[in-house]
Design a protein around this ligand. Structure first.
Ligand code: HSE
Length: 372
């Protein structure tokens, strides 16, 4: 199969390239790398045996149309600029996309195969060609709770998120570090211990965030020593677009016949690349906790059920633990005071792996199997 990759230089693209190399995925394809800015130039993947050494033009629909499958991590604006023209030109190949631009289109299937392999297979058999990675928070939540969702145990769920800077992109991660430096450069002097005057130090920190030269071009405000309780656009009904995605995408991924409502508040915090979520789940029946733990653990090889004690919770349910891992820890599992039908959970996962690159990489392998 001829594979075209667009957006391999960006952050998600880099993670995708690393994972594909580690898994030997390139052996199955004749790969061409496309560029939006350097067509005719060369790419850094010289070691790949079956790769075209010359960069192709990512806006040249004729060149793109020669591919059997295109994977793009270039972002939604690129998809909007190219995808429809390419299909209008008669491109019949597969389009695998990390961006949200065409995710909710009727012809698009959201890919998260450990959770919805049957949905993906039906789509392939029906001749569908557009396979789109899900929103990171939604994908990570489903990886953690697949055991309850796919067994039909959930009546509704609320999700309160703690989303990392990486969800905004590489520039946001960089800006978070700049903000931390801006603040600490100005308050941490030679004095090792500011605790005696911490109230005036805090006042200073908060004032610094409002300074004209405080770095906030990307976030628009400080994320360091702060949080931002709104992610993505304002839908005008009190809900953010990120919050809307939970139910819309979650149900589309699962292929549910009757909608399972999922809603909550999405919040940006100062983690680097792992999204966490606190979940309140209304169960359809009062299944016992040990049964719940068993269902969750058995659902997929990556979920890790963390016993609900302080030592293991603060060790495993953190961005520090999840960073760079495919493991998706889920814990803080307990029945809430509201009654036996109400379950508490907390989960964390790498936003760039299961939240972005990994489902795309795995879809390529699914296509190879489907075609052979
Ligand atoms: N929308 C997500 C976020 C990242 O801002 O954290 C991409 O799914």
């Amino acid at each position: 199969m001829k594979l075209g990759i667009v957006g391999w230089r960006g952050m998600v693209g880099q993670v995708l390239m690393e994972r594909m190399s580690a898994e030997g995925d390139f052996d199955f394809f004749e790969t061409s790398f496309f560029s939006t800015s350097n067509a005719g130039g060369s790419h850094p993947f010289k070691h790949l045996k079956n790769a075209n050494p010359v960069l192709q033009d990512a806006y040249n629909t004729k060149e793109l149309a020669l591919m059997d499958v295109i994977v793009t991590c270039q972002g939604g604006d690129y998809t909007k600029a190219v995808f429809k023209n390419l299909r209008d030109l008669g491109f019949k190949g597969y389009w695998i996309d990390a961006a949200s631009a065409i995710r909710m289109e009727e012809n698009s299937t959201i890919i998260l195969d450990p959770v919805n392999m049957s949905v993906i297979k039906s789509a392939l058999l029906a001749g569908k060609k557009d396979f789109i990675g899900g929103n990171c928070t939604v994908s990570l939540m489903l990886m953690a709770l697949g055991g309850l969702f796919t067994q039909g145990h959930i009546e509704w769920m609320t999700s309160q998120t703690y989303q990392a800077a990486s969800g905004g992109g590489a520039r946001h991660m960089n800006e978070l570090l700049q903000q931390m430096k801006y603040i600490t450069d100005r308050v941490l002097g030679a004095e090792a211990n500011l605790s005696d005057k911490i109230l005036s130090v805090e006042k200073n920190v908060t004032t610094l965030m409002g300074h004209n030269d405080f770095p906030k071009e990307n976030f628009g405000q400080s994320l360091a020593c702060n949080l931002i309780p709104w992610i993505d656009s304002d839908l005008g009904n009190g809900q953010s677009r990120e919050e809307w995605k939970a139910s819309a995408e979650g149900n589309k991924i699962l292929g549910t016949k009757s909608i399972i409502p999922i809603d909550g508040t999405c919040v940006r915090v100062s983690s680097m690349r792992c999204h966490a979520q606190a979940l309140t789940i209304k169960l359809k029946s009062a299944i016992p906790l040990d049964e719940i733990e068993g269902l969750l653990a058995a659902h997929n090889p990556w979920v890790m059920v963390v016993p609900n004690n302080k030592t293991e919770s603060i060790k495993y349910l953190t961005p520090e633990f999840a960073s760079g891992k495919l493991t998706v820890p889920v814990g803080r599992l307990r029945k809430l005071e509201m009654g036996d039908h109400y379950l508490n959970a907390f989960t964390v996962g790498d936003q760039l792996l299961w939240g972005a690159a990994e489902p795309l990489r795995r879809m390529l392998k699914i296509l190879i199997d489907f075609k052979s």
